[in-house]
Design a protein around this ligand. Structure first.
Ligand code: ATP
Ligand code: MG
Length: 571
């Protein structure tokens, strides 16, 4: 391929709206162009990468026994109403009407449609298990589309769905996908870690996310160096030692004027934040509940939602807080709230806490010397793990310290159980001709996000450093003197020799200065660069270098040996 024939636009300046390197580089290297907020056009170079990632995904899905289908993006509301997600998806789902005023959604995912499909095809245990997949555009009205392809409104997803006769059988389908995901990401040149994850809106019992570690990642992940435990912070658990607090004297109410946050009160009183009980009033599906955690800790709302078995938890408005406790946020606590029936749930670390400081349920007042068992009304079953783990916390599995890293979620595998097959009555007949509900799994890969995650993990100050498997072109031949017949001929010959080896090559035949060509080759990040110029040829050869190597690693080889040298660099 000749550079001059491709629509390539490289930019020297970072786009103004790009916050992270991979987003800047996607645009600067001419892989994509912003069409509107959260919407991008893939330019020829970017399309080549997207296609390569898709090919890898397809090959590994096929290898794992999944069958490719493609379902409509435009999906009738009835399907979503059957599962209850027409409501629960909320404003994150794009909705529209046809001319007959029928409601539709633009598919943000496809559990409903695939369950309806398989229900209509599978009737006997003999037809199970079955796993189908599609690589299809998805639409989500993200609150904050950002970071380019990382969080866009329209993105390419590989979504797969497995159907099995039983929970045990579904485990095998899950594991097959889990293994396939490891291969997909490894083949894309990515280091992706499977981490335990919350199952989110999609429901189900168990799931793993695949994360690429990067400082720009939107998810926090807890890793244990001891046992290998890895979990999204939404879910990560810690071990707490039972406390042995000394008995404390009687409670004492003290004025804390103007001090609202734990920080402010702790400064005011001259005691560390950990001596406080942080108390917050939440609404769980509309019902107020007080949540208490150690003063230096943050509430994990995902854990809270699960513990309360609620669909939605949110901080209560100030009127609710006042009604429930008798005070405004900042002065509330578990001792005698105004509403004596207010449920109080506490983080497990507070079990047996004595001598702590809590809000007094009276504005600008706190109480010290509180013994939670003695002074507050908390049911023994209302202590649970409710906080976000942090660096240095103790691994619940093995007792070693946890470390927190940032990650980009590139894939997600779920054991769904029968949430959707129940809703759609997707049943099969077993060998006694009894009806049984199919058991489902679902598996997503953010194909377009993966493209950008490769860049986030593999770039330097000069540009992208593509792994050979997904580079837009594996080799760039910088032809320094396109008008020199000898040089042009050497480049053309090398191009066809490499193509004969199945290597894709771009020849930079532009009338540009060498510096411009080198800069662009580095910016786009082709895996191997070959420099062919009249001067070099006169001195005996062409220059060959991998993008990831230092300049000093450049080798000069005779033109006849160049194809071999390039192939071995790519291997
Ligand atoms: P996130 O937590 O990042 O919002 P999610 O958990 O909602 O993602 P899933 O429903 O698990 O996403 O979708 C499967 C995959 O699709 C994700 O692992 C991710 O790689 C990708 N993905 C999800 N939302 C987006 C988006 N807005 N833009 C690009 N890729 C996305
Ligand atoms: Mg997910």
């Amino acid at each position: 391929m000749k550079w001059s024939k491709l629509m390539i636009q490289t930019l020297r300046e970072d786009p103004g709206d790009a916050e992270i390197d991979s987003h800047k580089l996607m645009v600067r290297a001419g892989l994509m162009k912003k069409a509107a907020g959260g919407l991008y056009t893939y330019l020829p170079l970017g399309m080549r990468v997207l296609n390569k990632v898709q090919r890898i995904v397809r090959e590994e899905m096929d290898r794992a026994g999944a069958q490719e289908i493609v379902m409509p993006i435009l999906q009738p509301a009835e399907l979503w109403k059957t599962s209850g997600r027409w409501e629960s998806m909320g404003p994150g789902m794009f909705r529209l009407k046809d001319r007959g005023a029928h409601d539709y959604a633009l598919s943000p995912t496809a559990e409903e449609m695939v369950t309806d499909l398989v229900k209509g095809v599978v009737s006997s245990y003999r037809q199970l298990p079955v796993t189908v997949y599609q690589i299809q555009w998805k639409f989500r009205d993200e609150i904050r589309p950002r970071f380019g392809l990382m969080r866009s409104k329209e993105f390419l997803m590989k979504d797969a769905y497995s159907f099995d006769v039983s929970l045990d059988a579904a485990d095998a389908s899950y594991m097959a996908m889990f293994e396939a995901y490891k291969r997909v990401f490894a083949r894309c040149g990515l280091k992706a870690y499977p981490v335990e994850a919350d199952t989110g809106d999609i429901g189900g019992k168990f799931s793993h996310e695949f994360h690429v570690l990067a400082d720009s990642g939107e998810d926090g992940i807890a890793f244990c160096g001891g046992c290998g435990y890895a979990a999204n912070l939404e879910k990560a658990e810690r071990r707490v030692a039972p406390r042995a607090d000394a008995p404390c004297g009687e409670m004492e109410t003290i004025p804390t004027p103007g001090a609202k946050t734990i920080d402010e009160v702790s400064k005011f009183m001259g005691v560390p934040g950990s001596a406080f009980v942080k108390s917050l009033v939440y609404l769980a599906d509309g019902r107020p509940v007080m949540v208490c955690v150690p003063g230096d800790r943050d509430v994990n709302e995902v854990k809270l939602r699960h513990f309360l078995d609620a669909k939605k938890v949110e901080l209560a408005d100030f009127e609710t807080v006042l009604r429930a406790t008798g005070a405004n946020a900042g002065s509330v606590g578990p001792v005698k709230p105004a509403d004596a029936s207010l449920r109080i749930v506490c983080d497990q670390e507070l079990r047996g806490a004595k001598g702590c400081i809590v809000g007094a349920n009276r504005d600008d007042h706190h109480i010290k010397n509180v013994d939670l068992d003695r002074d507050a009304k908390i049911a023994p079953g209302d202590y649970a793990d409710l906080v976000v783990v942090r660096d240095g916390d103790i691994c619940a599995k093995c007792g070693q310290p946890l470390a927190i890293r940032r990650g980009i979620e590139v894939g997600h595998v779920f054991k769904l159980g029968t949430k959707y097959t129940d809703a759609f009555k997707a049943v099969y007949k077993n060998d006694s001709l009894e009806e049984r509900t199919m058991v489902m799994g679902c598996y997503g890969i953010g194909v377009s996000r993966t493209v950008q995650a490769v860049i986030e993990q593999s770039h330097d100050a000069n540009g992208i450093v593509w792994p050979a498997s997904v580079a837009p072109f594996q080799v760039c031949i910088c032809l320094l003197d396109p008008d020199n017949a000898d040089a042009a001929q050497v480049a053309a010959k090398l191009e066809s020799e490499l193509e004969a080896k199945g290597i894709d090559v771009i020849v930079d035949d532009r009338q540009e200065r060498p510096g411009v060509k080198f800069k662009d080759a580095d910016l786009i990040g082709f895996t191997v660069r070959v420099v062919v110029g009249a001067k070099g040829l006169a001195a005996g050869g062409v220059e060959v270098k991998r993008r990831c190597d230092e300049k000093s690693a450049t080798r000069v080889v005779p033109p006849a040996e160049a194809a071999e040298a390039v192939a071995s660099l790519l291997a």
